[in-house]
Design a protein around this ligand. Structure first.
Ligand code: TRP
Ligand code: SF4
Length: 328
């Protein structure tokens, strides 16, 4: 059977360059090669934001606009919302029957997240069951490949274990999902830390060109290079590691390497050499965004059509599952 690829994102609103280079660039390639299902994990958003769900609707919209603006194509990939396909919840319940609690409790991501989001009460049944719901998302489409970053690898490992356990009890219903580990380039934010919405250091795909220009101009560089006459080191410079690495050609990179390490160029000059390339690459994306914003019904329509396709597959799988478990 040809590989089916599935991946999801929690609706966090507008996406930044980190999401683009880390996730979407990969999805763009995958949609050319495989049958792809890309979905908005809105129930997963509730595992942490249950007390304040007011933004989820807008966040879904903004995120899907970004997906489409960068070129995720509903004629190639099936795009939908998790909550539109109620079968995910049914399968989640059934998987919850067979998932041993200790598997969930010793999941390293679980403990880290609780620690990282101390301001929220995450000692809920839903949050503990996050990987069970994620397993349901994946196997309900019999997806064999799941592209995720390394941070999601423990979840995927759990999904494989839950799948094996299901097949052990009820027969070979599901293929074991394989992790398609994406080599994620390091995209650093304006303060030199990993680009992340929660650090307030992000450059968004939808930022106005002047805003992008300003953010890059003020982005952190090699902090040891205090004066124009100090030599710098591109290999520890966040601006270089992110923007030159992703957007500059070899010639420019060599020019920066030599100019920086010999103090022949200043940081502003260095930044100016890459900003136009970043802006040129984002221009068509922003043009598509404006078109989508001008046509509010379009996103709803695309999600509806995607849900229709996803629903057919999910219903078929659930008929198989109910039969295997003696429920029908
Ligand atoms: N947990 C994923 C994230 O935070 C989102 C997600 C939910 C997902 N279900 C999935 C990813 C299924 C891949 C497959 O990014
Ligand atoms: Fe970074 Fe360029 Fe400044 Fe060197 S010259 S520290 S690479 S911004």
């Amino acid at each position: 059977m040809a590989h089916r690829v599935l991946s999801g994102m929690r609706p966090t609103g507008k996406l930044h360059f980190g999401h683009f280079h880390g996730v979407l660039a990969n999805w763009l390639k995958l949609q050319e090669e495989y049958e792809c299902f890309f979905f908005v994990a809105d129930w997963h958003a509730l595992t942490t934001d249950y007390a304040n769900p007011a933004n989820i609707k807008d966040n879904i919209r903004e995120m899907v606009i970004d997906w489409l603006s960068v070129g995720i194509d509903p004629s190639k990939a099936t795009i939908f919302r998790q909550s539109s396909i109620k079968e995910h919840a049914e399968l989640h319940v059934l998987l919850s029957m067979i998932t041993p609690l200790p598997w969930l409790e010793r999941n390293p991501t679980y403990k880290e997240q609780i620690e990282a989001m101390k301001e929220k009460d995450l000692l809920t049944f839903g949050f503990l069951g996050y990987p069970v719901l994620q397993t349901s998302d994946i196997i309900i489409y019999k997806a064999s490949k799941v592209p995720v970053g390394i941070d999601q690898a423990p979840h995927l490992e759990l999904s494989r274990e839950i799948t094996r356990r299901f097949n052990h009890f009820y027969g070979e219903v599901f293929p074991e999902p394989q992790t398609l580990l994406t080599a994620i380039p390091k995209v650093l934010g304006t303060d030199g830390r990993k680009m992340s919405k929660s650090y307030n250091n992000s450059i968004f795909l939808s930022d106005a060109p002047e805003e992008i220009d300003k953010k890059i101009r003020t982005m952190m560089t090699d902090t040891a290079r205090k004066l124009r006459t100090d030599a710098g080191n591109p290999d520890v410079c966040p601006l270089f590691l992110t923007f030159h690495t992703l957007y500059s050609n070899e010639e420019t990179i060599n020019w920066v390497r030599e100019g920086c390490t010999k103090a022949l160029i200043g940081c502003i000059e260095c930044k100016k050499s890459v900003i136009p390339k970043v802006l040129a690459s984002i221009e068509p994306v922003q043009k598509r965004r404006r078109e989508l914003e001008a046509d509010p019904g379009k996103i709803t329509e695309i999600l509806k059509a995607g849900a229709k396709k996803a629903s057919q597959v999910a219903q078929e799988t659930m008929a198989h599952v109910r039969h295997a478990m003696g429920l029908e």
